[in-house]
Design a protein around this ligand. Structure first.
Ligand code: CU
Length: 155
């Protein structure tokens, strides 16, 4: 009896996850996949800037999302320098940052990143299909070290 109830609960959970498009696909990245704007469940606004106290920053120190959510990140560069927001695994960001040390002006059109000149606003739409501890960061050389990174937790 208990086993049956548990199975039923799992089935309900699985179909709920499928209904909102949150189930993992075979070709998903570790952090999920590019989201369909029609599936957006929540908008998160993020500013990037250079605080008067020094360094560089995102307007939030941490981002928490729930598995299955499709988030529209509306990112605005309120600073005086170019900035970008990249969401990935910590290893992925570290590798990417190394490549950018050699090619600081590298322009990428990765769906998990947006690079903005001062005053610009851009978007990342992303479906978080799998739980994990990830990271948002600006990978322009020197910027992560100046404070532009934080944990992105998918619970
Ligand atoms: Cu930056």
């Amino acid at each position: 009896m208990k086993t049956l109830a548990l199975t039923a609960a799992l089935l309900v959970t699985a179909s709920a996850a499928m209904a909102d498009g949150g189930h993992a696909h075979a070709d998903d990245w570790e952090i999920g996949r590019p989201g369909n704007p029609a599936d957006v469940t929540r908008t998160i606004e993020v500013d990037m800037f250079e605080p008067e106290s020094g360094g560089m920053a995102f307007s939030m120190s941490q981002i928490d999302v729930t598995t299955g959510e499709t988030i529209r990140f509306v990112v605005t560069n309120k600073g005086y320098l170019d900035h970008e927001m990249v969401i990935d695994t910590m290893d992925g960001n570290a590798e990417h940052a190394q490549v950018m040390m050699m090619k600081p002006d590298m322009v990428h059109h990765d769906p998990n990143a947006v690079r903005l000149a001062p005053g610009e606003t851009g978007e990342i739409v992303w479906t978080f299909s799998q739980t994990g501890n990830f990271e948002f960061a600006c990978l322009i050389p020197g910027h992560m070290e100046s404070g532009m990174h934080g944990p992105l937790n998918v619970n």
